[in-house]
Design a binder for this molecule. Structure first.
Ligand SMILES: C[S@@+](CC[C@H](N)C(=O)[O-])C[C@H]1O[C@@H](n2cnc3c(N)ncnc32)[C@H](O)[C@@H]1O
Length: 440
């Protein structure tokens, strides 16, 4: 006779103490924008809280050196808690800090820069107040889209999730982007198959809006016709599709040549090319870079991109001003070369600055060097700069941690970190940009 399978023990066990709701005092806001508390000797990360909040929270999974928690209730609000202005705040993962009073928010961004420098042993560096940008000024954003069972959703990913929060209003992006969201959702519903997903990058450029769809199956004739008609109806400058983030983009509707303008020079922009997130953020970074470089004539612009700093540096009224722009990405470098043709004093070089940084000897022909690497920072280049005799180095960064690491290398090489200026162009997020000026 076959043995009957043993019945599983079904008596409900009490929830482990670690998952029970607890009362917490929020001590400060951490680097990712979550509130930090202590419980039973462990650090607890509670999203959507501010310092001084007394909250009830459910402890969850381990996170780094502590444990993640879910906010259940704010029992007593901290002094800097305000009502978030956007109705999607809390669900949408695009913003982390709308519930923080404005002056405290600016101070928190600045403190992220100071703290990163202090961790690298550079607590003495002067950190200026955060340069702020305003709402509705973000000129590029990437949305997620999905079609499930005939329903479509276009929005940002929800907090800590791959689910998409439908965005029917957004206080961060430019109105031109916001106006496009509803018709874009209808387009995606028509062109995506059931179960299909895509990322949609929207950028407002000189000449019109640039739309880049990434993912989903290759659009067939019908989908391409719909996309082209959409571009026509909504006066889209260019609409392209690519299979993945590393694949080349195919133009579906290329109605106008799109440009970015730096120092008065129009630079052609390829689909997906890097551009600072807002015009105001870019202006603040350029201003701080120009102030840092000062009257230095011969300048190297490393990780130059499309020439955000190259062209304003080249157009300064400085005798003998010359800028050498070094960039690793082939099409970005080509766009800068095309725009720089005929521009007095601009030279360009395509080079991988991680594998083949400019050496200390090569650097000696410059009076100043600007570097603006991706989030990983410029470790190899900083080692060469530290060994160089360049009088002024200006570092631009979107990651205070890697900037602080590279700054430490420069300071150990004899540079003085004169000033750091935080720039907030990712409004209400935990991200902060900065410009640091080094001299020897
Ligand atoms: C943060 S963006 C800055 C671009 C430009 N300075 C600006 O403000 O628009 C970083 C740039 O570094 C380039 N880059 C990334 N890795 C690189 C590498 N290993 N060597 C050279 N350039 C690289 C990217 O293509 C991108 O243009």
């Amino acid at each position: 006779m076959a043995r009957r399978p043993q019945r599983r023990h079904q008596r409900k066990r009490p929830a482990p103490a670690a998952f029970a709701p607890v009362t917490l005092e929020i001590l400060e806001i951490g680097a990712r924008g979550d509130g930090l508390a202590e419980h039973a000797g462990r650090r607890v990360y509670v999203p959507l809280t501010v310092a001084g909040d007394r909250v009830r929270a459910a402890l969850g999974e381990p996170r780094g050196d502590g444990v993640a928690a879910t906010l259940l209730e704010v029992s007593e609000p901290g002094p800097d808690r305000v009502a978030p202005p956007c109705r999607h705040f809390g669900t949408c993962g695009g913003c982390a800090l709308q519930h923080l009073e404005d002056a405290a928010y600016g101070a928190w961004k600045r403190s992220q820069v100071s703290a990163a420098l202090a961790r690298a042993g550079l607590a003495g560096a002067e950190v200026a107040p955060t340069v702020r940008t305003v709402a509705a000024s973000r000129r590029r954003a990437t949305f997620a889209a999905a079609r499930r069972g005939g329903r479509c959703v276009l929005g940002f990913n929800e907090r800590s999730s791959h689910r998409i929060a439908a965005v029917t209003g957004c206080l961060v992006v430019e109105p031109a982007i916001l106006d496009l969201l509803a018709p874009l959702e209808a387009l995606l519903c028509a062109v995506l198959p059931d179960g299909g997903t895509a990322d949609v990058a929207v950028a407002v450029l000189d000449g019109g809006i640039d739309l880049l769809l990434t993912g989903g199956p290759e659009p067939g004739l019908d989908a391409r016709e719909r996309m082209a008609a959409f571009a026509e109806t909504h006066d889209i400058g260019r609409l392209s599709w690519r299979r993945s983030a590393t694949a080349a983009a195919e133009p579906v509707a290329a109605r106008r040549t799109l440009h970015a303008r730096f120092g008065g020079i129009a630079v052609p922009v390829e689909p997906g090319a890097f551009l600072q997130a807002s015009a105001a953020g870019e202006a603040a970074l350029v201003e701080a870079v120009l102030a840092g470089v000062g009257p230095a004539a011969r300048v190297a612009d490393l990780f130059a991109g499309l020439g955000t700093f190259t062209f304003p540096l080249a157009s300064r009224v400085v005798p003998g001003a010359a800028v050498h722009a070094v960039e690793g990405d082939a099409s970005t470098h080509a766009a800068l070369v095309a725009a720089g043709r005929g521009q007095a004093g601009v030279t360009a070089e395509r080079r991988d600055l991680f594998a083949d940084a400019l050496g200390a000897e090569e650097l000696s022909r410059f009076d100043a060097v600007v570097f603006d690497p991706p989030r990983a920072g410029a470790r190899a280049q900083s080692v060469q700069l530290a060994a160089s005799a360049v009088p002024t180095v200006v570092g631009v960064s979107c990651n205070p941690a890697t900037f602080a690491r590279d700054a430490r290398t420069l300071v150990d090489g004899g540079y003085r970190l004169e000033q750091v200026t935080p720039v907030d162009q990712f409004l209400w997020s935990s991200h902060v940009e900065l410009v640091g000026v080094f001299r020897r």
